[in-house]
Design a protein around this ligand. Structure first.
Ligand code: NAD
Length: 511
């Protein structure tokens, strides 16, 4: 099917009526798995409905890949790896091809963002402004690495040479969640391909639309991508489990919940001890000291980092620790912002917060709001479903803030993955560091202070893979992304993603 850009060259990216019209047509077509350079429609009849969480409307059916489809996808990736059609492509050619994928995403960003918003529930403006530019740029970034991942030559006694080689790992299964469906898949696909691997991608069944469209675009527009290098199987937990158990897969790169991450490790280890990278859950602390340099900015940023993308972000600062001296003022200002928020469906330009992604997630959030209340927490804003206007048909949750909670309560310990914040006062640095670290997670942490010495001391004592000083949430392809403890194994981004998709060989020569 022609993309929106071909249909109407002049369409404005904000012309949502036209975008939706295009999407309605697209949704009517049958979708399959993409294996060995072709769409596969036959096979397991099982499918999972894809729902628009903003309205409850059924969008289409997502096929569930079973053994047969997974075997075919892994075999195609294996063949494309073994015959070296991809890894032996000249580096510059491979690099140009990756850059052409970046351009492809840019050219089609409106339709990709529209599909992303439709099944995820996030606002179209969030998808097009936050997710799509990064999804394209990450291909440019890793295209630049194809000739820069240097090896070492170790110092040896006379008569010997020893050097190392970064080799691609082989067939990589890339399993992604529903919160940033396209972006998180691209974070994995770009470095995996740059290093010469072949891949099988599995999106979440809740949010497969944008990735399906991405594969269609690859198929239609990228001529020199060899068959079998990049494959797509759709489906849910069972499809993911089969991939992790598959003897033909060399590596699983997984982003999702900590519970599923443990299952991924178990099945990967029990089959062929395949390598595993994990980006998992979080319950990140955000510490505001009483010498915060810019109180207004700290309030605005703490709110935005927590509640944007309707609180469905792994690294969001869900535990806010505010110094007693400024606690009440800080909370009052957050309540003001939250009270003025308009929840609305994906294409409502005036909305500030979209709908939660799926019924399961919505129910979980509402359950945690009840748990927080029963534990003695006080809701100072929100705490309920938003049913204003048309919202009654969708999965909208008002931004919710709990006070009178402590760090031991379930609402402060468990990852809720929705717009629910707990605020806890503190008096001393030692006290707050102890509370911040008292978590099974260690993804990110933030702190706000004008004291440079305190900033570095506290950053050094926090058990978190990423620490943000005076601005929560700074991300860049050049900086490692990933957590400690039960938030994951390994890092993504920068050279770390290259390490995750290569194996290191040591070669000796006796002269
Ligand atoms: P999830 O763990 O339920 O699912 C993630 C993916 O794994 C989906 O594609 C799912 O179909 C698949 N899956 C489910 N069971 C499987 C199994 N047994 N074996 C293999 N694959 C299986 O996660 P979710 O609900 O889609 O996403 C939300 C979670 O993701 C949150 O916990 C969030 O913190 C986490 N997350 C982490 C990061 C990070 O970078 N650390 C980023 C985004 C999301």
């Amino acid at each position: 099917m022609p993309g929106l850009e071909e249909v109407m060259q002049t369409v404005d990216k904000s012309d949502t009526a036209r975008l939706l019209e295009w999407a309605q047509g697209w949704l009517k077509e049958e979708r399959g798995h993409y294996i060995d350079g072709a769409w596969l429609y036959e096979g397991a009849a099982e499918s999972i409905p894809s729902i628009d969480p903003g309205t409850g409307r059924r969008l289409c059916e997502i096929r569930q890949a079973g053994n047969r489809e997974i075997d075919a996808a892994v075999a195609a990736a294996r063949k494309a790896f073994a015959d070296r059609r991809w890894r032996s492509m000249p580096r510059r050619e491979r690099s140009r091809l990756l850059m052409s994928i970046a351009d492809l995403i840019r050219e089609h960003s409106a339709e990709l963002a529209a599909l992303e918003a439709l099944d995820n529930g996030k606002l179209f403006k969030e998808a097009i402004n936050d997710d799509l530019p990064e999804a394209a740029d990450v291909f440019d970034y890793y295209a630049g690495w194809t000739d820069k991942h240097y090896s070492e030559c170790s110092p040896q006694d006379e008569g010997f040479i020893n050097y190392t080689v970064h080799e691609p790992l082989g067939v990589c299964a890339l399993i992604v969640p529903w919160n940033f469906p396209l972006l998180l898949a691209m974070w994995k696909i770009a470095p995996a391909l740059a290093m010469g691997n072949t891949v099988v991608v599995k999106p979440s069944p809740f949010t497969s639309l944008s990735i399906l469209r991405f594969f269609e675009l690859l198929h239609e527009k990228i001529d020199n991508l060899p068959e079998g290098v990049i494959n797509l199987v759709t489906g849910g937990a069972e499809t993911g489990r089969l991939l992790c158990e598959h003897m033909g897969v060399d590596k699983v790169s997984f982003t999702g919940s900590t519970a599923t991450g443990k299952a991924v490790v178990a099945s990967s280890a029990a089959s062929n001890l395949k390598q595993v990278s994990l980006e998992l859950g979080g319950k990140s602390p955000n510490i505001v000291f009483d010498d915060v340099p810019d109180l207004d900015f700290a309030i605005e940023r703490s709110y935005a980092a927590m509640f944007s993308h309707k609180g469905e972000k792994c690294s969001e600062p869900t535990r806010l620790f505010v110094h007693r001296k400024i606690h009440d003022q800080f909370v009052a200002r957050l309540v003001d912002i939250a009270s003025g928020v308009k929840c609305g469906a994906q294409f409502d330009e005036s909305a500030d917060q979209g709908s939660q992604c799926n019924q399961e997630q919505f129910d979980k959030i509402m359950r945690y709001i009840e748990i927080g209340k029963s534990e003695g927490g006080r809701i100072v804003v929100g705490g309920e479903r938003d049913t204003r206007g048309e919202n009654g048909r969708g999965l909208f949750v008002r931004p919710t803030i709990f006070t009178d909670v402590d760090n031991r309560m379930k609402v402060s310990r468990d990852e809720i993955f929705g717009p629910v914040l707990v605020v806890i006062p503190f008096a001393s640095d030692d006290e707050v560091i102890e509370m911040a670290n008292d978590s099974i997670y260690g993804l990110a942490a933030g702190l706000w202070t004008r004291d440079v010495s305190r900033a570095h001391t506290v950053a050094g004592r926090l058990d978190a893979g990423m620490v943000f000083i005076n601005r929560f949430g700074c991300y860049d392809f050049a900086s490692p992304f990933g957590g400690f403890k039960q938030s994951g194994w390994g890092k993504e981004m920068a050279v770390h993603s290259l390490a995750a998709y290569t194996r290191l060989k040591s070669v000796w020569l006796k002269l």
